[in-house]
Design a protein around this ligand. Structure first.
Ligand code: FAD
Ligand code: SIN
Length: 534
């Protein structure tokens, strides 16, 4: 069989897929003794990490306790969390914050102590932050440290397609050991092989499966789909988090208004009657109820009254207070003609975070030998049925470290990669109908929003399932016939992620946390993860 020659076969000690908080945390720890290659799709700052606003949850105040944080996390997660994981992450927070301070992240301070803000679902002030642009400061510090480290090579513009496993060895083997990835070089259009003794998957979430999402363009579930295809279990994919307050604007579609605005006193109002409607849904916690409760309340108001948006208003605070706490949001809104210091902000819910993902244990090991995973791509047991605000960056740091430590501890057991077959392009040609990709992409995102959104029914889920089956056949035919492009790779993964979400949602016969269905409105007594086995 003719094979395309001339592609690169690069080898490092460890391969990391993703240059966000999870990937770079692992890379920095590994690079103390190993040569590490970090691959990223598009730009090195293209993941969700750079967009995070609110901050990082950590118990640092003397009046707060780990137990409080554990309880808040499990209340938000509707009991589906794994307590051992919750404790592991929460107790790891102070050390993670110390490391970020050492890397030079300029967290806001109150004299000597770090300033702590508050967010929904947290019983105490415990969110460490850099104004309202924490993610950018963290991403910048991690990237600078990685750039300065001669043991780390970072290559952007690489879209990973599939894991290289034992099946791709020159000496075929059916065992599922992972040896690296095939990745599309976005500039040359060639598919490269990158092999290593260990691979860390840190490719983020699948938010872009929904029409409205706060997640960046590249959050297409690539990592989850790749791991699933290679044989790893995924769990709790029905637990898709919708953030209550995304800016409603016809030009700017995915700008988040941080939860910290409500944490610092922002209130939600019906835009016509001025009614503070959270009184009707959660009179005790009001705007600071966990985000599934607030998002469902807003969705209900929008649907019941035929509204385009609701109002979020913090203008009762002084302009100085607002501008000093939320400079990024204030600047963005001013550019759009909205003055948050004197009036309300129009907001709608939007998909925000993928709670489900690739199953990992406390060492960040997946089911596949040779593959570790950390961050939003995983389901570690931390978030359960609903992530508590600002717990996800924290998870990236703690599990990024855990993956690195486990790889280093087990180094001597990890073999050198065997000879691997190159990518086979002998039966494909250049695509002649790019419109198929665009059409299918738009269709998936729209029906996922309408049928698999904040409030679900079995009938709508079945409709989505049927659509996915049809599209899957079409996309697989297309994938088999044409040379890969990033758009095609993403479409295939988006569809795979959609299928896993719908399958999981259909399997849960109760409402719990983020999964709310009119057909099973009660929460069942049995607390059980939805685990899908390939
Ligand atoms: P990401 O940062 O998303 O990085 C994924 C990486 O994988 C990227 O480098 C990407 O290029 C790469 N990648 C993906 N697919 C491929 C592929 N096929 N090939 C090669 N590379 C690939 N959490 C908090 O805790 N606090 C907050 O305040 C907060 N605010 C948020 C605000 C917004 C607007 C959003 C969208 C999320 C927010 N979150 C917040 C969630 C948090 O930002 C993410 O969960 C976290 O940053 C995920 O980090 P990660 O390292 O797992 O993945
Ligand atoms: C926000 O700032 O509201 C986002 C916090 C988070 O997603 O954890």
């Amino acid at each position: 069989m003719a094979r395309r020659m001339g592609e690169t076969n690069m080898q490092y000690d460890v391969l990391v897929i993703g240059s966000g908080a999870a990937g770079l945390t692992a890379a920095l720890e590994l690079a103390e003794t190993k040569r590490v290659l970090v691959l990223a799709k598009g730009s090195l700052t293209g993941g969700s990490t750079a967009w995070a606003q609110g901050g990082i949850a950590a118990v640092l105040d003397a009046g707060d306790t780990f137990e409080n944080h554990v309880r808040d996390t499990m209340v938000a997660g509707a009991g589906l969390n794994d307590r051992e994981t919750v404790e592991f992450v929460i107790e790891g927070a102070p050390a993670s914050i110390d490391r970020l301070c050492e890397l030079g992240v300029p967290f806001n301070r109150d004299e000597d102590a770090l300033h702590l803000t508050r967010e929904g679902g947290h019983s105490h002030r415990r969110i460490v932050h850099v104004d309202d642009a924490t993610g950018w400061a963290v991403q910048d510090a991690l990237l600078k440290a990685a750039e300065a480290n001669s043991n780390i090579t970072m290559l952007g513009g690489r879209t990973c397609i599939d894991f290289i496993t034992d099946r791709h060895r020159e000496q075929f083997s059916a065992a599922g050991r992972v040896w690296g990835v095939y990745a599309l070089n976005e500039e040359t259009g060639r598919v490269e092989r990158h092999t290593a003794r260990a691979t860390v998957l840190a490719a983020g979430g699948a938010g872009r499966v929904y029409q409205f999402s706060t997640a960046p363009r590249g959050a297409t579930g690539d990592g989850i789909a790749m791991a699933w295809r290679a044989g790893a279990r995924v769990s709790n994919m029905e637990m898709m988090q919708f953030h209550p307050t995304c800016l409603y604007n016809l030009e700017v579609k995915n700008f988040l208004i941080t939860e910290a605005v409500r944490g610092e006193g922002g209130r939600l109002y019906h835009p016509e009657t001025g009614h503070r409607f959270m009184e009707d849904y959660d009179p005790e916690r009001m705007e600071l109820a966990p985000r599934d409760v607030v998002a469902r309340a807003i969705d209900d108001q929008i649907k019941r009254f035929g509204l385009d948006y609701v109002h979020l208003d913090i203008s009762h605070e002084s302009a100085d207070f607002i501008r000093s706490h939320f400079p990024t949001i204030d600047e963005k809104l001013s550019g759009l003609g909205i003055d948050m210091t004197s009036g309300p902000i129009p907001v709608v819910p939007a998909q925000h975070y993928t709670c489900g993902g690739v199953v990992v244990d406390l060492h960040a090991r997946t089911d596949l030998p040779g593959l570790w995973a950390a961050g939003e791509v995983t389901e570690s047991g931390l978030h359960g049925a609903n992530r508590l605000a600002s717990n996800s960056l924290l998870e990236c740091f703690v599990f990024g470290e855990a993956a690195a430590s486990d790889i280093l501890n087990r180094w001597d057991e990890l073999q050198e990669p065997p000879a691997i077959l190159p990518w086979d392009e002998s039966r494909v040609t250049d695509s002649d109908e790019e419109v198929v990709i665009k059409q299918n992409w738009t269709e998936i995102r729209r029906f996922m929003w309408n049928y698999v959104g904040i409030v679900r029914t079995t009938k709508r889920l079945e409709r989505a399932k049927n659509r996915i089956a049809l599209l899957k056949q079409e996309v697989e035919d297309y994938y088999g016939a044409f040379r890969v492009t990033t758009d095609l790779i993403e479409l295939r993964n988006l569809l795979q992620a959609a299928e896993l979400i719908v399958k999981s949602a259909l399997a849960r016969h109760e409402s719990r946390g983020l999964h709310y269905t009119l057909d099973y409105p009660e929460t069942g007594e049995l607390v059980k993860d939805t685990v899908l086995v390939p």
